[in-house]
Design a protein around this ligand. Structure first.
Ligand code: GLN
Length: 196
């Protein structure tokens, strides 16, 4: 079966995910309205600016439809700002902030969490399930603090968790779509196909 993957296309790094998914043989759908969520078997929420993205999600009435979609069990993957949007709690410098989110995973995402990183950095990551290190590209990235033992951490760096899964929801604080390593996208597509 061919996977049909939606990519939230309100703001941020949309085309890089779309291009990588297309290159792997998926059909992609750019999601701007609730009706674009029909018939997809996976959804990617790209990086960008989480404060802008949540406003746009609210404005285009996408919050409840995405929550309902998550309840159907299809895989949903947030990269960087996308991972912030999926988390139950958002913090900045250890203070919980009052920023709305989709609240789909028991995780606290701490925005702009890497002190050493003004713009971006790359670090080889050891990821559960992958034999070889993965090139992790971090751009003003969050750290992800699990709030429940339902959360499975797939990768940690010195500072904390940067890739995790809770049932069908995946969060990565780095950007695989900005590399030419397709392994995580392929894992996601496999899960989308298996789940449908
Ligand atoms: N710093 C951004 C935020 O807090 C995320 C950056 C990114 O997605 N690359 O929303």
């Amino acid at each position: 079966m061919k996977a049909r993957i939606g990519v939230l296309a309100l703001q941020g790094g949309v085309s890089e995910h779309v291009d990588m998914l297309n290159s792997l043989g998926c059909t992609t759908v750019e999601v701007r309205l609730p009706e674009h969520l029909a018939d997809i078997n996976g959804l990617v929420i790209p990086g960008g600016e989480s404060t802008a993205l949540i406003k746009l999600l609210l404005r285009w009435n996408l919050v409840s439809p995405i929550r309902e979609l998550a309840g159907t069990g299809i895989p949903i993957w947030g990269t960087c700002a996308g991972s912030i949007l999926l988390s139950d709690e958002i913090s900045e410098k250890d203070h919980i902030i009052d920023q709305p989110s989709l609240e789909l995973v028991p995780v606290r995402a701490e925005r702009n969490s890497f002190g050493r990183q003004v713009a971006s950095f790359q670090e080889d990551l050891v990821i559960k399930g992958l034999d070889q290190p993965f090139p992790g590209v971090f751009i003003r990235a969050p750290l992800l603090y699990p709030l429940s033992n339902r959360v499975e951490v797939l990768c940690t760096v010195e500072e904390g968790a940067v890739f995790l899964k809770c049932e069908n929801i995946w969060l990565s604080s780095f950007h695989p779509e900005l590399t030419d390593d397709t392994r995580i996208h392929r894992m996601f597509i496999e899960e989308a196909v298996i789940g449908s």
